[in-house]
Design a protein. Structure first.
Length: 283
């Protein structure tokens, strides 16, 4: 165990009551339980309120562009396969601007964990509809209601047989910490989509709204059953199943690349002789 205080205390720019605080507490608890010290992991993000998470914890941090956190996180992991890599970004960053990278990350299966702060709104830019905003939801930018259907990230991930797919709630920090631990210990790409109330700009999907609906999956639920996982992932309404929706063990991207075996790339020195051989092959 690592003392939670090791991760530092920081003044944030988040609104009082923001769901990001619950996610940050769960991340610290998950790291502490695994004995991961601040210098022993990398926290990557894109742009947005959720993406400020690496600013508010002592860690090796990296801010990418909006929607571009996953490519940077995968590169970091491939360069140093000894470092756990966490990604925190919002639903807009992860599924909107970064939607193509989200799909590619599932296909590649690099061993990183994506914590998607899903508040069903764009919080940083003051309340426009995001990809996960419910159809008909009225915002300042969509005064007649959102016309597009909401994107269901966990259903898409299960459909693509992502190795680890979970859904959690920022208002239940202990349960969420358990999910994050399980995701980080999974060998391959892991998605934890987290309902994160935006107290300033989403007055519909509130803490009370989620608490009334979020129900842990039953004890006899089998996350390796793809059909059952698809049904659970598609359930969103008066009841929303939370927990590990789907799990499938398969080779990670790293394990399929022989040159990544052994010493991490980041620890290797230059190989002039090898470079010379490559150049000679083109002569």
């Amino acid at each position: 165990m690592i003392d939670i205080k090791e991760y530092g205390e920081f003044t944030t720019s988040w609104c009082p009551g923001c769901g990001n605080f619950g996610i940050m507490d769960a991340v610290r608890a998950a790291l502490s339980r695994q004995g991961i010290a601040p210098h022993q992991f990398v926290y990557v993000s894109g742009i947005g309120q959720a993406a400020k998470a690496p600013h508010y914890i002592r860690c090796n941090g990296f801010n990418g562009l909006h929607g571009r956190s996953l490519p940077a996180a995968q590169a970091i992991r491939l360069a140093n396969t000894r470092l756990p890599v966490l990604v925190s970004s919002g639903d807009g960053c992860s599924y909107g601007e970064g939607g193509n990278h989200f799909l590619a990350a599932i296909r590649r299966n690099v061993n990183i964990t994506l914590l998607a702060h899903d508040n069903q709104i764009y919080g940083l830019t003051k309340g426009q509809a995001s990809p996960t905003t419910a159809q008909g939801h009225v915002t300042k930018a969509q005064p007649q209601g959102v016309a597009s259907a909401a994107f269901n990230p966990v259903a898409v991930a299960v459909a693509m047989r992502c190795g680890f797919v979970a859904r959690g709630f920022a208002g239940d920090k202990e349960f969420l910490a358990d999910l994050i631990v399980a995701a980080m210990q999974h060998d391959g790409f892991a998605l934890v989509d987290i309902f994160q109330p935006c107290v300033s700009f989403n007055k519909i999907n509130t803490y009370a709204w989620y608490k009334e609906r979020c129900r842990p999956l039953p004890a006899d639920y089998d996350p390796t059953n793809w059909e059952a996982a698809m049904a659970a992932a598609a359930t969103f309404g008066d009841e929303i199943p939370v927990g590990v929706l789907y799990r499938e063990d398969k080779p990670s991207f790293e394990s399929r690349l022989g040159h990544l075996a052994g010493e991490p790339l980041a620890a290797r020195g230059p190989d002039p002789a090898g470079m010379a051989r490559v150049l000679e092959a083109f002569a």
